[in-house]
Write a protein that binds this ligand. Structure first.
Ligand code: MG
Length: 253
């Protein structure tokens, strides 16, 4: 399965080799089990403002900037753009509710994935659309030694949110690697689209309520049901990638 995924990736992205040196991690729903609190905070805030939504909708919107999510809700409900004032005040409300609900729990299996990445000498980098100010402190507290501030991509550094490739292109730049030298780990359809648009082999982990199909249709190269499942398959995944390189090398001799 991995071999087939690599061959399809190479063809699709017109690359000749996959040779990972860095892993670009999305944050919410990958490193933290926080998406249910985001969805709940969004849904309650939207309902308060008579904006039509469902809790599940926010899993589909995950990765967008807050302002673009609010604008989308206004378009859906009132067929007009949200004003700057509406965007600012509604986002503030949502953020306050999220902070109230969020328990800050790490995603199960994420530490094991990070450990496994380190064991193979792969750089670990965060690429998130989140704009929480204490992000780096939080990451260093939960995952000590894995993330450096100067190598983070957050809402403060990017102009376009996911599904635009910009956040992941910036991640590549910060890691000092090319697209075929990285892997993306994502839980959201728009995050997967962003990773694929940046030309990177993108692994989806389905940690939320969406159907697998949604992540595969977004272009995921591989899919795991959880971070724990990815951690358990890590050695196999890396050795399959190495074998693939070896086979191609033999063929081209
Ligand atoms: Mg996410």
């Amino acid at each position: 399965m991995v071999q087939q995924a690599i061959s399809q990736y190479l063809q699709k992205q017109q690359q000749t080799i996959l040779s990972p040196k860095a892993i670009l991690f999305d944050m919410d729903g990958v490193l933290y089990d926080s998406m249910r609190f985001h969805a709940r905070a969004w849904y309650e805030t939207a309902t308060r403002h008579q904006l039509v939504s469902t809790p599940e909708l926010f899993y589909l919107y995950e990765g967008r900037t807050g302002e673009s999510t609010i604008n989308e809700l206004y378009q859906k409900t009132f067929h007009r753009d949200a004003t700057e004032e509406e965007k600012k005040s509604i986002y503030k409300e949502k953020a306050a509710l999220f902070n109230q609900y969020n328990d800050g729990k790490a995603m199960q299996g994420a530490t094991e994935v990070l450990k496994a990445a380190k064991a193979y000498d792969l750089q670990t980098i965060v690429v998130t659309g989140s704009g929480q100010h204490s992000l780096i402190n939080k990451l260093q507290h939960t995952y000590p030694g894995y993330f450096k501030q100067e190598k983070m991509v957050t809402a403060f550094g990017v102009k376009f949110g996911k599904p635009h490739p910009e956040p992941y292109l910036m991640g590549l730049e910060k890691a000092g690697v090319q697209a075929h030298e990285a892997l993306v780990i994502e839980n959201a359809p728009m995050g997967v689209q962003a990773g694929v648009a940046a030309g990177i082999f993108t692994i989806a982990v389905n940690t939320g309520p969406l159907d697998d199909r949604v992540l595969l249709e977004a272009g995921a190269d591989l899919l795991y049901p959880s971070m724990t499942a990815l951690a358990e398959d890590w050695d196999n995944l890396i050795s399959e990638i190495k074998n693939f390189k070896q086979i191609r090398h033999e063929l081209h001799k």
